[in-house]
Design a protein around this ligand. Structure first.
Ligand code: 13P
Ligand code: SF4
Length: 300
């Protein structure tokens, strides 16, 4: 059995041998963040994936992230450390619902959070992430916006853009949605509260700053006593970047069990055996590429 340093060594050789690069989201376990070539929020990861020269991209995150990398880079070999790591919210809207809305409104844009399946993206006009949702929606010519699947991010955009008619869907992130309001309230006025827009609106009302994981990490540097309201994997980067900031934790710290399915052993195994390749049906892939590309153009 190898110790951590030996695993890092063997991974280094494997990556060279197989021409592989590792992307990781801030929510994955510390061992992966330590060995990743790039760590970021959903937008950064999607964008970075289009700039890589390596033949194999390992996407250490949940399934929609690997799928998006494959859609944007169909000629690349995209591997996932655990194909079972999925985002439940990605499935919380149906194609039928989108079709229904399209029938109802002439002047409608279907705006899809990147946390969604490839099939849903294929029926969308544009994708967004939490780092650029309001900015992108504001640039669209359509007045009516069907925002899927996240009702919480959707509601946040609705409030930020009163000139638009944002129609909400009933999907949500189970991890952010269940964050306890009183838990957050107990910190109000005492420390700076930085929250992810997947939180419920009552929680967001208490926040001093709302943004993506990356935006939260950047903002945190301005203060010395902070409550971060999002999945706890973010503390790996926060503590590394700001050893002197006092980071508070909620009584019940939010944990995404899907992100936590990944570890360094799985990363080594998939690269060594070229396992867990992401495949997306050609027709869906080609349709889903359009809204993802539009996101990269309008969201940067
Ligand atoms: P961001 O990193 O884009 O803020 O996304 C958070 C998230 O829930 C990813 O699943
Ligand atoms: Fe999905 Fe929520 Fe996990 Fe992000 S934290 S992957 S939105 S379930």
């Amino acid at each position: 059995k190898l110790n951590f340093d030996e695993k890092v060594e063997s991974l280094k050789k494997l990556k060279e041998e197989k021409d592989a690069v590792i992307l990781a989201h801030y929510y994955v376990n510390e061992d992966i963040q330590a060995i990743a070539d790039y760590i970021g929020d959903s937008f950064f990861l999607a964008q970075k994936a289009t700039e890589l020269k390596e033949k194999t991209i390992v996407m250490a995150g949940v399934y929609f992230m690997g799928e998006s990398v494959k859609i944007l880079n169909p000629s690349k070999n995209v591997l996932m450390p655990d194909l079972g790591a999925d985002c439940p919210m990605a499935h919380m809207v149906s194609v039928e619902k989108i079709k229904e809305m399209r029938e109802k409104y002439d002047d409608l844009a279907v705006v899809t959070y990147i946390n969604s399946t490839a099939e849903i993206k294929a029926y969308s006009d544009i994708c967004v992430t939490s780092s650029n949702a309001a900015k992108i929606v504001n640039k669209l010519k359509e007045k009516n916006i069907f925002f899927v699947p996240d009702k919480n991010l959707g509601d946040y955009i609705k409030k930020s853009l009163p000139n638009k008619n944002v129609i909400l869907n009933d999907g949500y992130c189970p991890i952010h949605d269940e964050i306890d309001l009183d838990d957050v309230r107990s910190f109000k006025g005492k420390v700076k509260i930085l929250a992810h827009p997947e939180c419920r609106k009552e929680v967001l009302d208490l926040a001093d700053f709302i943004g993506s994981t990356k935006a939260i990490i950047n903002e945190a540097g301005k203060y010395d006593d902070v409550l971060v309201v999002t999945e706890e994997g973010i503390f790996t980067e926060l503590k590394k970047k700001y050893p002197n900031i006092n980071f508070r934790k909620l009584r019940k710290s939010p944990i995404c069990n899907d992100m936590k399915k990944l570890n360094i052993d799985k990363v080594i195994k998939v690269i060594a055996n070229n396992e867990n390749q992401v495949e997306v049906d050609k027709e869906i892939r080609e349709k889903a590429l359009i809204p993802l590309k539009r996101m990269l153009e309008l969201g940067a």
